[in-house]
Design a protein around this ligand. Structure first.
Ligand code: ADP
Ligand code: MG
Length: 265
């Protein structure tokens, strides 16, 4: 069965898109069939896996607003086993356009249900808001993955996000689970980063991934080359962090056929 995972946090710049691109790419390299749904009008997820936004004819916007067949919109990428349902700046208007549509919260779910290619995992890169588009992503998903930046105030938005999750669980998606929290942009030189890690680990009842994503210049540079960090500099700390995250993710999701442990220090 395909597992659908929304990557959400209403704060911008916490590492949602970076996690979506790089976790998806690493799982693809580990031979899982992956679809990345770029659900942010900024389309950084699409360009980050090599899509030229100016050259695309249709996007996820057309799928949810005009009922366009997603099978005709999905693109293959240069990354092994990774396809993308690209986004477009048009998606900015979608929240308003959806406001009066019947079943407005279910438009992405209905779109994903039409996909005929079989994927192991579908990741939805959400925009930084808790509006109708994010609600569509949470309604379509089996679980939500929450990146948190290792900085002060980073926990502030968490209770708001959890409120939204509870509302979605009540009315729209009874089975929505929290996949886990990912600590991102960790800087070992900053005491504050260590404090945030301890605070999240100490107080959160949710699963907090053991793997921490460090702040790493290669992670920041890779999007300008339109590739995941694993294809930009495979030996970099950032690339190793995301391979370890992918291994941990697989261990949690596929405990029966435990993948060989290849953790690198
Ligand atoms: P979001 O999708 O939550 O808005 P992004 O993933 O786009 O956040 O990250 C914001 C910016 O920080 C981007 O320019 C990205 O390249 C950079 N960035 C994210 N994670 C890291 C990291 N671990 N190390 C260095 N730069 C990072
Ligand atoms: Mg983003």
């Amino acid at each position: 069965m395909t597992k659908i995972i929304a990557i959400a946090n209403q704060k911008g710049g916490v590492g949602k898109t970076t996690t979506a691109i790089n976790l998806a790419a690493c799982l693809g390299i580990l031979e899982k069939k992956i679809l990345l749904v770029d659900f942010d009008p900024q389309a950084n997820g699409s360009s980050g896996v090599g899509v030229d936004e100016k050259a695309i004819e249709h996007s996820v916007y057309d799928c949810i607003i005009n009922g366009t067949d997603p099978n005709k919109v999905i693109l293959t990428t240069e990354c092994p086993n990774l396809d993308v349902l690209p986004s477009h700046i048009d998606l900015v208007g979608a929240e308003l356009e959806l406001a009066n549509v019947d079943n407005r919260e279910f438009q992405l779910k209905e779109c994903l249900a039409k996909i005929t290619k079989v994927y192991d995992y579908i990741f939805i890169d959400c925009l930084p808001s808790l509006g109708l588009l994010t609600v569509n992503a949470l309604t379509a998903a089996h679980s939500v993955l929450i990146p948190i930046q290792c900085e002060i105030y980073s926990l502030e938005g968490l209770s708001k996000l959890k409120n939204t999750l509870r509302q979605v669980q009540k009315g729209l998606n009874l089975n929505l689970k929290i996949e886990g929290i990912i600590l991102s942009m960790y800087d070992k030189r900053l005491r504050l980063g260590k404090m945030v890690v301890e605070e999240v680990r100490g107080h959160s009842k949710d699963y907090v991934f053991e793997t921490i994503i460090h702040r790493n210049s290669k992670i920041g540079e890779a999007p300008s080359m339109r590739v995941p960090v694993s294809m930009y500099d495979v030996a970099s700390k950032g690339s190793i962090n995301f391979f370890n995250l992918a291994q941990e993710f697989l261990k949690l999701n596929e405990p029966v056929n435990k993948t060989e442990e290849t953790k690198v220090a």
